[in-house]
Design a binder for this molecule. Sequence first.
Ligand code: KG4
Ligand code: ZN
Length: 347
Amino acid sequence: MLILGIESSCDETGVALVRSEGHELPRLLAHALHSQIAMHQAYGGVVPELASRDHIRRVVPLAREVLAEAGQILQDLDVVAYTRGPGLAGALLVGAGVACALGAALGKPVLGVHHLEGHLLSPFLSADAPAFPFVALLVSGGHTQLMRVDGVGRYALLGETIDDAAGEAFDKSAKLMGLPYPGGPALSLLAQHGDPTAFKLPRPLLHSGDSDFSFAGLKTAVLTQAQKLGAQLDARKADLAASTEAAIVEVLLKKSLAALRQTGLTRLVVAGGVGANRHLREQLNAACARLQVRVHYPELHLCTDNGAMIAMAAAMRLQAETQEGSALSTHYSFDIKPRWPLAELVT
Ligand code: KG4
Ligand code: ZN
């Protein structure tokens, strides 16, 4: 089965082709991505209307590109998958519209995929694919969740952020320091030259005894510290960046370890944009090696949004659903879900 996946929920247009045979792990044949970061940078954040218009420009050429790279033609497709939510409504409509138009024209079914399920299953695209069950730390720009994952569609939420997401904490702190959007990678780069112990910043909910997170207070503490530094901020920026990164990483690390203890599982999967953070990976790798826990990440370039994870999630969902009929649709009357709790997917 040949599956085309389209991602357009935010500021990256991603298209990919995945081949799924029986119950073997689906294989990525080709993927292409256009990031809108440079376009939004002038505004310090994503401008939804510009994002939608750019997705319209990019999606068809990207689809042509992956088909050519894989040596396939449109008529070879069996399923067209797209990100149904959560995300920006206008941006989601582009991917959904194109997917349904393609499906209708080809007489092939379409499948709306949950963006976070895409992130969650993206480590299955790497050479070192995980096995179920595992604890998943899902850390993106909009979400921070710890989950117990027993299989495709078998997700139990252990805890989540009660305010800002980890990626948001990176982005907002970076903005306060005058770093360009998206703040996470920029802050992380600067942090390499700073002292992570230079400033005492809060580790919210670190000892709350549950798997919930809170990052809003951290952002306020960074703001207060930046104001205190005043004219010295420029000279101390790397130290403030390193201290901020250390605070976020420590909370993510300790909460993940607590979730592993609580569930008794010995496998951790890290997914979402913040999973690209080097410091987080180093800390998790060291701690997991000590505890004999296997830790899996998506490949670095598949941590942030992409089409491969959407095609992969569609393929894995279809493999899991064959018994009971599936979510495949030939109605082509797409309804996107800009807000869509992952819990609604549980089968
Ligand atoms: O998963 P993603 O691409 O989009 C969402 O679904 O939200 O995640 C984007 C987030 C942004 O907040 C970005 O700053 C953060 O991931 N991010 C990073 C790094 N790379 C991306 N945060 C920290 N360190 C990084 N290296
Ligand atoms: Zn994402």
